[in-house]
Unconditional design. Sequence first.
Length: 376
Amino acid sequence: MTILALLSLIAWLYVTASRALWRGAPFLDETEIEGPQAWPEVVAVVPARNEADVIARAVRSLIGQNYQGRLSIVVVDDESTDGTADAARHAGAVDAIRGTAPPEGWTGKLWALDTGVRHGLEAHPGASFFWFTDADVEHSSDELRNLAALSEARRLDLASIMVKLACETFWDRLLIPAFVFFFQKLYPFHQVNDPRSHAAAAAGGSMLVRRMALDRIGGFAAIKGELIDDCALAREIKRGGPIWLGLTESTRSLRPYRGLRAICDMVARTAYHQLRYSPLALAGTIIGMILLYAVPPLAIVLGSAGGFFSAVVAWVLMAWNYRPTLRLYGQSPWRALLLPIAGVLYALFTLDSALRHWQGRGGAWKARYYPPRPQA
């Protein structure tokens, strides 16, 4: 245990010294970029499957954008059974179209996005950008203006923000900030935003994509079967142009997580896919999570004096690195001491993702099932 505690401390020293990612993530709300002389025309595309309870607020936030250019809104009703399209139309002047079942090899969301793009190009041929967003996101009024100004000033092919997720229940408060923390470790924002780096990621809740960049990669057909579609899109686009990913305090998800099982399902759907269905990568991930998050508290209880010191310092570093994410979600810094619990649970979620794959139950989402397939 003393050796494990020392290894955990070394790992956290490395993370703190060379990957201070979560403290350097840019905020879209803080950008102060002068807008272009001519604001580009934008088509917002919203794929929606059984979102009748939240789609109206999402649509109204799109209609209420403080944007000086032309903005058109296309809601693609992805075979909903709850009146999603009617709720979208009643919310305001949007073009709500009926989607169809995805063809073989396509995921439902990507087929809905592709349907929205094709409709948008036909109805608005002068559009320069597509704004892809989820049906459960309420946007701040200046979001599109800031994204467009940033994209034009830096000639970005994709600009995306990770919206602020719902964080209301006990499990939300324990696990959702941790999810954001882990995402930033997996996809360092400053590397994503560096054109010299191969790191690429986006957040599907809000992605402003240059039309020419989407054409260049061949549209959504290039990633038609991807489960982690936002990061796959970012990876394809970054091969030909710069991208940007940031945080926000003002754009929020409207979808609450209903208990531990809902969060587990969210993670388990794609975690093993992220690991390329590799048992070796799975083993390495589980061992790494245990070393980083479980070992420090265990070593404090079970270790020797030397192990105790290493474990305490490792836990302090862990909590110190986590505090900015807790601050973003308005939580007490003392909750950082609970991160080991969240880390162990996410390790179990990842293991559950692999078990679902081995049992032939992986990739299920919103009453659709996508057979597991290795990433290219």
